[in-house]
Design a protein around this ligand. Sequence first.
Ligand code: ADP
Ligand code: MG
Length: 363
Amino acid sequence: MKVVLKNLTKIFPSRNKKEKKEVIAVNNFDFEIPDGKLIGLLGPSGCGKSTTLYMISGLQKPTSGQIFFGDEDITELPPEKRGIGMVFQNYALYPHMTVKQNIMFPLQNLKGDQKLSKDEILKRTEDAAKLVQIDELLDRKPSELSGGQQQRVAIARALVKAPRVLLLDEPLSNLDARLRLQTREEIRRIQRETNVTTIFVTHDQEEAMSISDFIVVMKLGVVQQIGEPQDVYDNPINLFVAKFLGTPPINVFKGEVNGGKLYVGGSVLQDTPGISDRKVFVGIRPEGFVIDENGPLCCKVQGVDVMGRDISVVSTHEDALTPTVRSIISAEAKPLVGTDTIRFSIKPAKLFIFDGETEERLL
Ligand code: ADP
Ligand code: MG
């Protein structure tokens, strides 16, 4: 099912009576989510991710704008008629029911011509349990399950009604690191098998990058950039997006464009034809540094972290906005013994220039 958001906006009135400052939680969200894709909705806490999801689910009413499922305008449709499945961070299972009862619960509540026979309910429940690989656990209570297993039950319960759209709000945040990795792969597999259009909300860029067909990066209620994860990583539209994606994060320097050249700390990093003179921010991805004794960027070495396949050189630079500059170098590079300073040349595709005022990318 294709999902279309048209100028979707949510404004919350101020809670503070004296200072009437309303919150624009979601501001003019425009996006067409293609059928059968997994969309990662990504941004820092408070940027409007959950509010967007709640409007799609019908739990919250937009202040303005429209939502379509396919060609049908569902903006005024109550949640239970939208055909959505929803999974939250806290698994929200019924504690007194078994796994089986939890999963079949949405089916038992169907009314009228949607009503199912007992056999059909049982079959669908077992199919959903198999899909998320908990069919061995059907008779247990939620308290007898691990966090990862509980979240699988919640996913099965969301899928059992064969929803038109699956909405996941930070579903992995309560899991420990290893389970988080495993469960996100599972969500990807389940999404591929069922082909249900899915919106996955997370503040974790790595999570969103690893499983999404498209990511939507949000900041303060405003969509910043939409694209395939690798494209957004390789072509961030502004400094915020560049900083939000990537681990270790991008290194940012104060710089200047002058006479068609890009300067950081007095050295020319590259030619910048077409960019007029101005102050800029220069973002360099950690994998963009090449150790080069004739390279233009000179940093003070602080240490070297060995990370197996790669080494990470930690250094400092006067014009860096972060306390340290992190570069990732192949472990086959010459070891740095007893050097105080290190010179780098920079891979052009890994360097981005942003306007010093607007922080928009300059090309
Ligand atoms: P996220 O899920 O990205 O962390 P939310 O969508 O929950 O962000 O919130 C977006 C903004 O809207 C925040 O500033 C939040 O404080 C505000 N907000 C969310 N829900 C309400 C509400 N019911 N009343 C007032 N403000 C709200
Ligand atoms: Mg949220």
